[in-house]
Write a protein that binds this ligand. Structure first.
Ligand SMILES: NC(=O)c1ccc[n+]([C@@H]2O[C@H](COP(=O)([O-])OP(=O)(O)OC[C@H]3O[C@@H](n4cnc5c(N)ncnc54)[C@H](O)[C@@H]3O)[C@@H](O)[C@H]2O)c1
Length: 297
C-alpha cells in the first residue's frame, strides 16, 4: 500500500538509492536533510535533526506546493525513515558525532511519536558489533553475528547507534509503536563493485565489516518491507546481503581466519557472518543484488 513517508538523510549515500526505490513502489516521500536531493518527484525540506522544533515542523509539513490545493492543511504522515547522521568516525570530532546522532535520533523519534506517527525505521549500524572502529585487532565474540549479540563498541559512532537503539526501544514501549532499527552493513552502491577484487585479494581487510555488505538497492527493498510489516513493536534487524564477501564457504573461511572465535550454529554454505536470517524470515527479504552478479571470481 502506498504511504506518505518522511525520510531523513535522503540525500546521502544510502538514501539516494533507497528514496528512489520507495518512489518506484508508489510511496510519496519528503526528504529532510541539510543538503537538497536533486531527484524528480521528491522535495527536500532543509532542516536540522538536532533541532527538535524543526523536526516537529518537518513531521507536520506539506510535502510540496501541490498539497496547498486540498485546503485541508498537511495530510497525516504514515511513517518516518530516519537515516540522517554523521555516518562514521573521523568526519567530525567524536563528541559532535555522538551529539548529532543521539540527539538527532531522539528528536526525530520523539516528534514522530508525539505527532501520532506509529511506524519508524532507523539506521543503526554494523559498528554496534564492536569490531568496525575498534582499537587494535579485536575479535568478535561469536559467529554468526545476530541480533541477540552483546553489542559492545568502544568508539563514539558505534556507541551513538547503541544509544539510538535504546531510545527507539523506550519510545516504542511508551507509545505502543513499531520502531525497527536496521543494523546496516557496509553500504555498496552499484558503481562500487569494482572494490570487491581488493576485498577478495586481502580477506583480512574486511574483518571490520565481518565480511558482509548491503547493496544500496537491496536496502531499499528492506525499508519497503519494514514499512509494510506492522505490529512488531521494537525490533532490530541486521540489514546485510545473503553471502560472505569471500570465495570460500563461510564455515571453512572462519575456521581459517578466526580459529579462536566460536561458531554457535550451523552456517549456510556461503552465509554472511553478519547474518540476515532474521530479516529474510520475518520481513521476507529476497536479495536481488548478490555481489557475484557484478564481480567475476
Ligand atoms: N554507509 C554505510 O556503509 C553505513 C553503514 C551502516 C550504517 N549507516 C548509517 O546509515 C545512514 C545513512 O548513511 P550514509 O552512508 O547514507 O551517510 P551520508 O553521510 O552519505 O548521508 C547522511 C545524510 O544525513 C544528512 N545529515 C547529516 N547531519 C544532518 C543533520 N544534522 N540534519 C539533517 N540532515 C543531516 C547529510 O546531509 C547526508 O545527506 C546513517 O545513519 C549511517 O550512520 C551507513
Amino acid at each position: 500500500m502506498s504511504k506518505r513517508i518522511v525520510f531523513t538523510g535522503g540525500t546521502g549515500k544510502a538514501g539516494r538509492h533507497v528514496v528512489p526505490y520507495l518512489l518506484d513502489k508508489g510511496h510519496t516521500v519528503l526528504n529532510v536533510d541539510l543538503v537538497p536531493f536533486d531527484h524528480p518527484g521528491v522535495n527536500t525540506l532543509i532542516a536540522d535533526i538536532t533541532d527538535s522544533g524543526q523536526m516537529f515542523n518537518a513531521l507536520s509539513s506539506h510535502f510540496g506546493m501541490d498539497e496547498f490545493a486540498t485546503g485541508k492543511g498537511p495530510a497525516p504522515i504514515d511513517a518516518v525513515v530516519h537515516f540522517a547522521a554523521i555516518p562514521r568516525v573521523l568526519i567530525q570530532p567524536d563528541n559532535e558525532t555522538f551529539r548529532v546522532n543521539t540527539i538527532g535520533t531522539y528528536n526525530v523519534i520523539e516528534a514522530a511519536m508525539k505527532l501520532g506517527i506509529r511506524k519508524v525505521v532507523i539506521a543503526s549500524s554494523e559498528t554496534t558489533y564492536g569490531v568496525c572502529f575498534a582499537e587494535g585487532d579485536k575479535d568478535f565474540h561469536r559467529f554468526p553475528l545476530e541480533e541477540d549479540y552483546d553489542i559492545d563498541p568502544m568508539d563514539s559512532y558505534g556507541l551513538s547507534k547503541v544509544v539510538n537503539e535504546k531510545t527507539a526501544r523506550a519510545f516504542s514501549m511508551r507509545f505502543g509503536a513499531d520502531i525497527y532499527a536496521f543494523r546496516i552493513g557496509n553500504v555498496i552502491e552499484p558503481h562500487e563493485y569494482d572494490m570487491f577484487k581488493d576485498f577478495l585479494a586481502d580477506p583480512m581487510s574486511r574483518k571490520r565489516n565481518a565480511w558482509s555488505y548491503i547493496d544500496a538497492r537491496d536496502l531499499g527493498q528492506m525499508v519497503d518491507l519494514a514499512l509494510a510489516k506492522d505490529g512488531l513493536g521494537f525490533e532490530v534487524f541486521n540489514a546485510t546481503n545473503d553471502t560472505i564477501t569471500a570465495t570460500m564457504p563461510t564455515a571453512e573461511f572462519l575456521a581459517k581466519h578466526c580459529p579462536e572465535t566460536p561458531v554457535t550454529r550451523e552456517l549456510g554454505e556461503y552465509e554472511a557472518p553478519l547474518s540476515n536470517r532474521k530479516i529474510r524470515e520475518v520481513l521476507g527479504f529476497k536479495e536481488e543484488h548478490n555481489w557475484r552478479k557484478y564481480v567475476s571470481v
